[in-house]
Write a protein of this length. Structure first.
Ligand code: KG4
Ligand code: ZN
Length: 334
């Protein structure tokens, strides 16, 4: 029963990351090189700029991950890489690096779904207990996933338009707050009261899908109408009202998914899990309903390679290997 040592590589968006994980859940290193500062002045991630940055950083980041874990290529059991979803040019850098390493060191190659990775962030703190439901909310995704066991995923719902984080960023932009706007809205919301009437997109009665684009339009209209009437809108109250609307729908549907699947554990992941309103409300409801809530630390909730190495380990254990024809898939299904 030899121990497994998996190197993870993640380049799907604007973080260049590599990590080493032992036996699927022991974090040995997790190196994250963020490009946030580069993209900030554009008000969003510029795909071409992201790809170039990944090319510049990837080799050093991988070496650093091996060094910090105090292992060499020869010690590894497999290389796991994010195959999708994400920006195709950005994904390709990680996939190419993983293939090169796999070929050079004679290691099996594993392609990992980015959302599967986000869920495994929780596994790095304390082993996941199946069956479970996961809510993954980030700048690119808003998904409810059911997992009966390791490596098995069933999508219960997803956003039909904007991701939750994207909605935060777009509303922040309307309020002339810096990018990424989520943390700024969060801070501003604490100073206001949710007094403004904004919609909640429940969709069909039994749907676990989300929709946030209508909410963004409602915020824009509200500001526009007030301006035309020569009235001012309190930005803090608007932030609080907007956040409440997003949180209410996320929490309600996550709890409903847990009930429908009759599971005891709910995992929250993705950058939006940093939101204090979401954390508070979800904690309160889970306590009330007797649901075990798992929220990984923030550095594991945002994009990182440790979660990819962890998820990849369970594919490695099932020998679900990729060939050298492994390709980046921007809209990879789970
Ligand atoms: O997971 P992440 O770092 O990157 C991906 O999108 O994959 O998530 C970033 C998103 C951004 O949209 C950001 O505004 C949002 O998470 N975010 C927040 C908060 N912190 C980050 N949204 C609401 N409240 C926060 N405190
Ligand atoms: Zn992500």
């Amino acid at each position: 029963n030899e121990k497994s040592l998996v190197l993870g590589i993640e380049t799907s968006c604007d973080e260049t990351s590599a990590a080493v994980v032992q036996d699927g859940h022991i974090l040995l290193s997790n190196v994250i090189s963020s490009q946030m500062e580069v993209h900030r002045r554009f008000g969003g991630v510029v795909p071409e700029v992201a790809s170039r940055r990944h090319v510049e950083r990837i080799t050093m980041v991988i070496q650093e991950a091996l060094d910090r874990a105090e292992v060499t290529q020869e010690d590894l059991s497999a290389v796991a890489v994010t195959q999708g979803p994400g920006l195709v040019g950005a994904l390709l850098i990680g996939v190419s690096a993983a293939k090169a390493l796999s070929f050079a060191a004679g290691l099996p190659l594993v392609g990992v779904h980015h959302i599967a990775g986000h869920i495994y962030a929780g596994h790095l703190v304390k082993p996941l207990r199946f069956p479970l439901v996961a809510l993954v909310a980030s700048g690119g995704h808003t998904e409810l996933i059911y997992m009966p066991s390791h490596n098995r995923f069933e999508r219960l719902g997803r956003t039909r338009d904007d991701a939750a984080g994207e909605a935060f960023d777009k509303v922040a932009r309307v309020l002339e707050l810096p990018y990424p706007g989520g943390p700024h809205i969060d801070r501003l919301a604490k100073k206001g009261n949710p007094t403004l009437d904004l919609p909640r997109a429940w969709l069909e009665p039994d749907s676990l899908d989300f929709s946030f684009s209508g909410l963004k339009s409602a915020v824009i209209n509200l500001l526009h109408n007030a301006r035309q009437r020569g009235e001012s809108v309190d930005a803090a109250d608007l932030a609080a009202s907007f956040q409440e609307s997003v949180v209410e729908v996320l929490v309600e549907k996550a709890i409903r998914a847990v009930r429908e699947k009759d599971v005891e554990e709910l995992v929250l992941a993705g950058g939006v899990s940093a939101n204090s309103g979401l954390r508070n409300e979800l904690s309160r409801r889970c306590q009330q309903e007797g649901i075990r809530l798992r929220i990984p630390p923030l550095e594991l909730c945002t994009d990182n390679a440790a979660m990819i190495a962890s998820a990849g380990t369970y594919r490695h254990l099932e020998r679900q290997y990729a060939g050298y024809d492994l390709n980046a898939v921007p809209n990879l299904p789970l």
